[in-house]
Design a protein around this ligand. Structure first.
Ligand code: UT7
Length: 319
């Protein structure tokens, strides 16, 4: 027993920040950002919090699932930028939704949604849950250095959710971790202890773009091949590939090496930038809401990010 995705939802901030807006605060240009990343604009939290977006996405997914809310037996949130370290974002949502089930967060950066799916699968396998709510939510706008043009142009904020019910929709899943602080990190070290004689540290998001780029391309190619093989699918049988939206050049490089028809790749990086673990469930919701998904469709998802972590899976759409 694994699960079927029975409902999806997403939410994003009202504030649209264009590349030209960014060119007003750092030394960059629309041309550089578009050609080097594929991003044209992104949404940034201003009047809303990431908790507000997570709640909105969760409520939409629950409405879409048409499932009794009392039948949600677990909430898993994927996030690295929740409004609190404790309580977890999942506990905050549990309270706001009026639920009494267990709830916890998963920290796997951009791979967080796939990590959450894998954890959910083991709950269904044990037969201890009827439905699980997964919410991916990140607002990296809170943690990037808005003076650093090499990172601040890449990200956007958002939230997306999926309700899972009993079923056999998960056809293959694979996670990996390869511990590495230098490639990509977000410190949580404030040095405020009175007996510690150290200056406050930089707590901004930091990344070695070249190293992450190389890791991203090779892991995406390897993981997509592997889960497609595990699911016993031919490339022709894949309906959509939902790749993590970090850089359109990473996706194009993977495309060139994977023998999957070009028209199967779905992207939304142009409108939203890199929303961390939100990218994949947001694209899933876009496909679902626009009526593009049919029963039996095979969806390949592949993510990579801080950790360094990766996660990939094949889901059959039975929603
Ligand atoms: O989900 C998290 C995972 N993150 C990723 O997957 C990110 C992976 N890495 C990347 O996507 C790319 O490495 C970046 C988009 C971050 C950078 O692209 P790049 O083509 O590797 O650029 P670069 O770092 O080699 O920089 C090229 C030039 C440099 O100038 P010089 O040294 O050639 O004079 C940079 O200073 O571009 C400059 N530059 C910029 N120029 C205008 C860097 N950022 C900017 C900018 N605007 N925003």
């Amino acid at each position: 027993m694994s699960f079927n995705v029975i409902g999806t939802g997403s939410a994003y901030p009202v504030k649209v920040v264009t590349n030209d807006d960014l060119a007003g605060i750092v030394d960059t240009s629309d041309e550089w950002i578009r050609t080097r990343t594929g991003v044209a604009e992104r949404r940034i939290c201003t009047t809303e919090t990431i908790t507000d977006l997570a709640l909105e996405a969760a409520q939409k997914a629950l409405d879409n699932a048409k499932e009794y809310i009392e039948n949600i037996d677990l909430i898993i949130c994927a996030t690295i930028s929740g409004d609190y370290i404790t309580p977890s974002m999942a506990c905050i949502l549990q309270d706001k939704l009026g639920l009494s089930c267990p709830a916890f967060d998963v920290s796997a950066a951009c791979s967080g949604f796939i990590y959450a799916l894998d954890i959910a699968a083991s709950y269904f396998a044990r037969g201890t849950v009827r439905n699980i709510l997964i919410v991916a939510a990140d607002a990296l706008s809170k943690v990037v250095d808005w003076k650093d043009r090499s990172t601040c142009v890449l990200f956007g904020d958002g939230a997306a959710a999926a309700v899972l019910g009993k079923g056999e929709g998960l056809k293959a899943i694979k996670l990996s971790a390869s511990g590495n602080i230098e490639a990509l990190n977000l410190p949580n070290i404030r040095n405020v202890v009175p007996w510690v004689d150290k200056p406050a540290e930089n707590t901004y998001f930091a990344m070695n773009g070249h190293d992450v780029y190389k890791f991203a391309v090779s892991s995406m190619i390897h993981n997509v091949r592997e889960v497609v093989k595990m699911a016993n699918l031919s490339n022709e049988e894949i309906t959509y590939v939902l790749p993590h939206q970090a850089n359109i050049r990473i996706i194009d490089a993977a495309k060139r090496r994977l023998d999957i028809p070009e028209d199967r790749y779905y992207t939304n990086i142009e409108k939203f930038g890199n929303m961390s673990c939100v990218c994949i469930p947001m694209m899933l919701d876009e496909l679902n809401m626009s009526g593009k998904l049919r029963k039996g469709d095979k969806l390949v998802m592949s993510a990579f990010g801080g950790g360094l972590t990766t996660g990939a899976c094949v889901l059959e759409w039975n929603g």
